[in-house]
Write a protein that binds this ligand. Structure first.
Ligand SMILES: Nc1nc2c(ncn2[C@@H]2O[C@H](COP(=O)(O)OP(=O)(O)OP(=O)(O)O)[C@@H](O)[C@H]2O)c(=O)[nH]1
Length: 423
């Protein structure tokens, strides 16, 4: 199975929901298309896929909607080298994100692999021209593609669909406005809308798809924050395992000292990753554990120290004080620490993830996000809202409960999986 199909299978139920929604919207207002689709300015020369119609009049389109400003381009393709670059590359290894396999391209020789199987596929030298007789004959046998004229009513339905996919009102409005830019009045098929939507999502997500930066500093201190149950422990285990596989030495500090179960669970993950976990008796001061862990990481010459923290938002003032104290004590040893503050968010909480970012940004200096539980959630759209609203880097995504279920964030693949667009 290619990575893309795995991602699509495991990552989102959103994809099927969005796909179904898009289909329903197009079908609802679809005009009866003749069997033979004459090529024209509004239709594409080939049956499938149809290139997106250009703006009919050369209206100088204003730069769409303001988006997170164009930072240096992220690396959309993960480095095949498992060793992270000393400056920026994160842990996820090569087998998490192999390049899409060529077999994805439908093979006209294989019956059923093309949406519209042609009995006699044309050879390279006899590819029919759009208006040619052969083309028209072939088109006559092809299934008609439903198309709907893009108008205000359709845009409104698209907005609603995106809102139900957890993109949030502001982002949904922005995305649909950009999709409609210069295309009002055009007839669009579901596949064309998927492509437009996926392109727009990719455009929003690209600036935030950035691996966790690695610094030459030793130990690099990574503070991991997030509400209880968001997946902090699991993510620390997965990251530790990937960093270790990349040749880094890692120490983990079990800073949620108020819950014995949380400490035990982190120990299990440390064992799995083959990384030492420093613990302290239940109820003891997390800051003093962080200080000891810092001393051990320094003494061991560790590359990374990952500090788990409590996630009780019920008493925000206490949590804020606890995090501030951890930061104060580790700064006694290194005034530049923590070097990363990762906020772990559970994608299944949908729009609530936006509130959590707001809260944690107030109580800690969040430098990047990890989105967990994207497998089996229909709420992947919240990532688009997060990127659009906060522009915080998304370092990785959790797609399962196993140690290797953490993948780099790839905007184009994410957008394709979310919209159901074929790669
Ligand atoms: N399906 C799925 N489950 C995940 C993922 N990440 C974490 N989980 C599960 O989510 C649950 C909570 O994860 P933890 O890592 O314990 O979360 P935590 O934030 O450390 O929670 P506390 O220990 O309560 O603070 C566990 O059952 C994990 O197996 C993911 O990417 N996908």
């Amino acid at each position: 199975m290619t990575f893309f199909s795995k991602l699509k299978d495991r990552l989102f139920k959103s994809s099927s929901r969005l796909e179904e929604g898009l289909d329903a919207i197009v079908q609802e207002g679809a005009q009866d298309e003749p069997q033979e689709v004459p090529p024209g300015p509004d239709t594409a020369p080939q049956p499938e896929p149809i290139p997106l119609p250009e703006t009919p009049q050369e209206v100088p389109s204003p730069e769409p909607t303001p988006l997170p400003d164009p930072e240096p381009m992220p690396q959309p393709v993960p480095d095949p080298d498992p060793l992270p670059d000393p400056e920026t590359i994160p842990a996820p290894g090569p087998d998490h994100m192999p390049a899409p396999e060529p077999e994805q391209v439908p093979d006209p020789d294989l019956p059923g692999s093309s949406p519209e199987p042609l009995p006699i596929p044309p050879g390279p030298s006899e590819v029919p021209q759009p208006g040619g007789l052969l083309n028209r004959l072939l088109r006559r046998g092809a299934k008609p593609v439903a198309r709907r004229t893009l108008d205000d009513a359709m845009l409104e339905q698209l907005e609603e669909l995106l809102i139900t996919a957890d993109m949030g009102v502001d982002t949904a409005l922005r995305v649909t406005a950009n999709m409609a830019e210069g295309r009002l009045g055009n007839k669009l098929s579901t596949d064309e809308i998927k492509t437009l939507l996926a392109d727009e999502i990719t455009r929003i997500m690209e600036p935030v798809a950035r691996p966790m930066p690695l610094y030459p500093k030793r130990p690099q201190v990574v503070l991991v924050v997030g509400v209880n149950g968001s997946g902090k422990t699991t993510t620390i285990g997965k990251l530790a395992s990937q960093f270790k596989a990349a040749g880094k030495s890692v120490v983990i500090a079990a800073g949620d000292t108020f819950r014995a179960a949380a400490v035990e669970q982190l120990q299990v993950w440390g064992d799995r990753a083959g990384v030492p976990v420093l613990t302290a008796p239940e109820g003891s001061d997390p800051a003093s554990l962080a200080f000891d862990a810092m001393a051990k990481a320094e003494a061991d010459g560790a590359d990374l120290l990952m500090i788990d923290t409590a996630g009780r938002l019920q008493n925000r003032a206490d949590l804020m004080e606890e995090l501030a104290k951890i930061v104060r004590v580790i700064r006694k040893k290194d005034e530049t620490a923590p070097h990363n503050t990762l906020l772990v968010l559970d994608a299944t909480t949908g729009q609530n993830a936006l509130n959590q970012v707001e809260i944690f940004r107030k109580i800690s200096d969040v430098s990047g996000l990890v989105m967990t539980k994207l497998d089996g959630t229909a709420r992947g759209g919240v990532l688009v809202a997060l990127a659009d609203k906060f522009g915080l880097p998304i370092h990785a995504i959790g797609v399962g409960e196993q140690i290797d279920d953490l993948a780099p964030f790839e905007p184009a693949e994410f957008a394709a999986a979310l919209t159901g667009k074929e790669p």
